[in-house]
Design a protein around this ligand. Structure first.
Ligand code: FPP
Length: 242
C-alpha cells in the first residue's frame, strides 16, 4: 500500500486505530422534543461523514461502539430502530465499498435478526480485500463478554488436554478476541460529556489515549475529529516505560 499522507498535513502521524463511542443521540433528540430514534438517525449520518473523513486523515482502523450487550435493556422500539439503521446502512454500503474501505464486525452476532446477520456476512465478504482503511462496527458487543468468550475457547482446549493452564499467555487470550488481526486502540473518542469506557474494548484500550468532548454525537463534525487527532499527536505515550 502506498504511504498515506494525512489531510491534516504531511508531518501528521495519525493514530493507527481510533475507537468512537457514539454518545448523546438521545439527548440531541430530547433537546428538540423529538423521539430518541431521531437522534440515532442523525447519529448514523454523523457516523458516515466521520468515517469518510477518518480515511482522509489517514487512520488505518476506526471502530464504532454501535450497540452494546447492555443496550438490549432499552425500549423495544428504540432497539428495533437502531437495528433498522444498521440494515439500511448495510443496504447502502456500496458507497463505502467503492471507497476501498474494508468492513468488519465485532460482538456476538448470533442473537441478531437473521436478515442483519446475512448482510453482515455479505459485507465482510465483499469488502475483505479493500485496504484503504478498516471500519469496524461493534454490534451486540461487550468487552467483558468478549474476554469471557476468549477464555471459554481456551478452557475447551484445556478440557481436551490440548493446553496446559500454566502455558496460557496474554497473546492466546488476545488471539481469541473478536478483534483478531485488529491492532489495539490508540485513541478513544467519547463525545457528549461522559468520561467512561462503558465496557468498550476494555482489553484493547489498555494503553489508549482518551479524548472527551461535550459535543453530542449528532453534532460532531470533521473539525471535532481533527481536534481529537491533533490533541493525540501532542500526547507523550510511554506504555508503562519512562
Ligand atoms: C448512545 O447514545 C448511542 C447508541 C446506543 C446507539 C448508537 C447507534 C447509532 C448512532 C446508529 C449507528 C448506525 C450505523 C449505521 C452504524 P444514547 O442514546 O445513549 O444517547 P443519550 O446518552 O443522550 O441518551
Amino acid at each position: 500500500m502506498a504511504k498515506k499522507i494525512s489531510c491534516l498535513g504531511e508531518n501528521i502521524i495519525p493514530p493507527a486505530h481510533v475507537g468512537v463511542i457514539m454518545d448523546g443521540n438521545g439527548r440531541w433528540a430530547k433537546k428538540r422534543g423529538l423521539p430518541r430514534k431521531f437522534g440515532h438517525r442523525e447519529g448514523a449520518k454523523t457516523f458516515r461523514t466521520i468515517t469518510r473523513h477518518a480515511k482522509a486523515v489517514g487512520v488505518d482502523y476506526i471502530t464504532y461502539y454501535a450497540f452494546s450487550t447492555e443496550n438490549w435493556k432499552r425500549p423495544k422500539d428504540e432497539v428495533e430502530s437502531i437495528m433498522d439503521l444498521f440494515e439500511k446502512y448495510l443496504d447502502e454500503v456500496k458507497d463505502f465499498i467503492e471507497e476501498n474501505i474494508r468492513i468488519r464486525f465485532i460482538g456476538d452476532r448470533s442473537v441478531l435478526r437473521p436478515s442483519l446477520q446475512e448482510k453482515m456476512l455479505d459485507t465482510e465478504e465483499t469488502s475483505k480485500d479493500f485496504d484503504a482503511m478498516t471500519l469496524v462496527l461493534a454490534i451486540n458487543y461487550g468487552g467483558r463478554d468478549e474476554i469471557c468468550h476468549s477464555v471459554k475457547t481456551l478452557a475447551e482446549k484445556v478440557k481436551r488436554g490440548e493446553l496446559d493452564p500454566k502455558d496460557i499467555t496474554e497473546e492466546m487470550i488476545e488471539r481469541n478476541l473478536y478483534t483478531e488481526e485488529i491492532p489495539p486502540l490508540d485513541l478513544v473518542i467519547r463525545p457528549s460529556g461522559e468520561q467512561r469506557l462503558s465496557n468498550f474494548m476494555i482489553w484493547q484500550a489498555a494503553y489508549a489515549e482518551f479524548y472527551y468532548t461535550n459535543i453530542l454525537w449528532p453534532d460532531f463534525k470533521n473539525a471535532d475529529f481533527d481536534r481529537a487527532i491533533l490533541d493525540f499527536c501532542e500526547r507523550n505515550r510511554r506504555f508503562g516505560g519512562v
